[in-house]
Design a protein. Sequence first.
Length: 476
Amino acid sequence: MTARGDLDDLGVEEALALVNEGNGNRTGGQGDGPNPARPPVPAPAGEGVYDVDADSGSPGANPGAAPASAPERPRATSWPQARAIAERAARQVPRAASSPVSVPLEAALGLVLAAPLAALTDLPSFDTSAMDGWAVAGPGPWDVREAGVLAGHAQPEPLTDGDAVRIATGARIPHDTTSVLRSEHGRTDDNGRLHATRDMSHGQDIRPRGQECRSGDQLLPTGTFVTPAVLGLAAAAGYDTLAAIPRPRAEVLVLGDELLTEGLPHDGLIRDALGPMLPPWLRSLGADVIAVRRLGDDAEALYEALKNSPAEIVVTTGGTAAGPVDHVHPTLRRLDAELLVHGVQVRPGHPMLLARLKENQHLVGLPGNPLAAVSGLLTLAEPLLRTLAGRAAPEPYTLPLRDEVHGHPYDTRLVPVVLRDDRAVPLHYNGPAMLRGIAAAEALAVVPPGGARAGQELELLDLPWAAATEAGVCFT
C-alpha cells in the first residue's frame, strides 16, 4: 500500500511545491523557500527587527559593503520556536489592553473567566423535593392533605406526624417533613390513607439547602473557559453577568488581484478560499473578527489598512514573499514594524511571518496557498490568539501513525490526519494549495524533518471541529 503522505500522491507540481515552495506567494504558489540542497541556518534565539538602510530601504543593508542584487533573507525560525515567540508576544501586550469586561450570560460563551466564580446564594437555596411524590412526616400510614405543593410557590404549611401532602419535584419541603415518598413507591387504601411499598430512610429524596454549595463558596477559578455548563452553573448561582477577558479583535485582509468572490474560475482568475475560511477559524481560536476586506495587490491600500486598523490582530493572506506584487514586507518596513518571525522551518507555510505593529497590535502574515495558510494559523495565530484571550494551552498528546509519512529534509511538516482506532491516519491531498485533505481531517500531525515511519508516535494538533468529522468522508 502506498503511504498516505507519499510525494508521489501529490503529482510533480505539488511534490516540487512541498520540497521547495516556489518563488511567488500567490494562492497558487507557496513562497520563497530556501534551497532544499542545503540545510537552513539555525534560527536565532530571539526576535528580530527590520534593519533598513536609510538610502536603500533594504533589509540587512551594510554601509560600505558592495551592493547586492537582492537583500539577504533573514534566517527562518524553527517551528517550535515560532510558536513560543507568538505566545510570548501576546504575554508582552500591556494588561490594560485586555482589561476584564462585564458580559451578559448570553454573550459569554467561549470567553474566559477574569475572576473566580463564587456562589451568590446557597444551592439549593431552600430544602427541595428531588422527586414527584408525597412529603411525609413520621411513620406511615399517612393521611393525605387535599392541597398539594408545587414548585415556585411560597413556603407550604408545616406537617405533623401522620400527615402527607402531594409534592412536585423542585417544590419547597414543608417544615417537619421526614422524607419524600416517590409516586411509584406509594399506594392509597380504600380509606385514602397512604402506605409505603418500600422501606424509607430519614431525609430520603430531599435536597437540603446548601447541598451543592454555600453562599461565598468558590465554584470555578479564574481562567475557566466558559462552556454551556458554566453558563448554567453561573445562572443557578445567581449571576446575570460574568467578568471575562474580552476576545481580541481581528481583521482579515485578503490580498491578490486574481481572486474571485463568486462563480467559477476563469481567465486566470481563481476563487478566494481563504476569505470564507479564515473568519470562522479565527473565531474558533478566540478572536472577534470585526472585518474581512479584499484589497487586491495594492501597496497603498495595504499601507492605509494596516495604519488605520483598530484590530489587535491583523491577518493578511499572500504577499509575504519577495515577488513583484508581494507588498507585505515593504509595507511593514514603511510602518517601522518589529519583525518577530520571518519565515518558519515548516512545510507547507514556510514564508509566514509575525510582526508587532504597535504595542498592542500584531500582524500574522499567512501564505496565499490554502493549506499553507492553515499551517500559519496553527503555528502563529493560534498561540497568539489563545494567549490574548486568556485560554489555557491544550495538553500536548501523541498517537502512533498508521502509515509512513515522507518529510522535508530539514523542516517540520504538518500533515492532515484522521484518528482511527487510536492511530493517526495520514490523508491524501495534502499539498500546499489543497484543501480537500484538511476538510476531512480531525488533526494535523507534526512530522519531524526526514519523515516518520509507521507506528511512530507523533504530536497532534487538534482541529476545532474534530468531533463533527464523519468517518465516511476521509481521503486515505
